[in-house]
Design a protein around this ligand. Structure first.
Ligand SMILES: [Zn+2]
Length: 163
């Protein structure tokens, strides 16, 4: 057998021996700890209760801080989550459905909604968002749910008054 091979095999053995020793050692530590816990259970619980009572304020404060920090991170995540274009689309289509707008191709309707920047009646400039004046509205037949036009809020109201 050549020397390098021999060294490799030996070092491999050494490593696995070390691993093995480590596992045996850890097992011992864990069983010792378990045994110690079982033997001193009441005292340990009592001690941790005492520690808790002595540092109650600090511990509660830490928990509170953690909660606040966590909540802020969560809100930030949700804010960004709903900013995703795909989420916005789902949201807007959801609102249409709740308002009784029925379509067999909501994707196409959404494309039209996104790409229509002028009111199809008065031709004023429109943007997306909440509100009336200069905001996009999906004019639809409230009885059949059928879509008619993308209108500005003012025109949408006017049409409702005529009907
Ligand atoms: Zn208009």
């Amino acid at each position: 057998m050549n020397v390098i091979k021999k060294i490799k095999i030996n070092s491999f053995r050494l490593i696995s021996q070390k691993k093995n020793n480590f596992n045996i050692y850890m097992e011992k530590v864990l069983t010792t700890r378990q045994k110690y816990y079982q033997d001193n259970k009441d005292a340990i619980i009592e001690r941790s209760k005492m520690r808790y009572n002595c540092n109650k304020e600090q511990i509660l404060n830490q928990k509170k801080q953690y909660y606040i920090k966590n909540r802020e991170a969560k809100i930030e995540y949700q804010k960004n989550y709903y900013k995703l274009p795909e989420k916005q689309k789902q949201n807007i289509i959801g609102v249409w459905k709740r308002r009784g707008l029925i379509s067999d191709d909501y994707d196409a309707l959404y494309d039209k909604y996104i790409n229509t920047d002028k009111c199809e009646l008065c031709e004023c400039e429109m943007t997306r968002g909440k509100g009336l004046i200069g905001k996009k509205h999906m004019d639809h037949n409230h009885e059949t749910g059928e879509f008619r036009n993308v209108l500005c809020g003012a025109c949408n109201i006017k049409l409702k008054d005529i009907k």
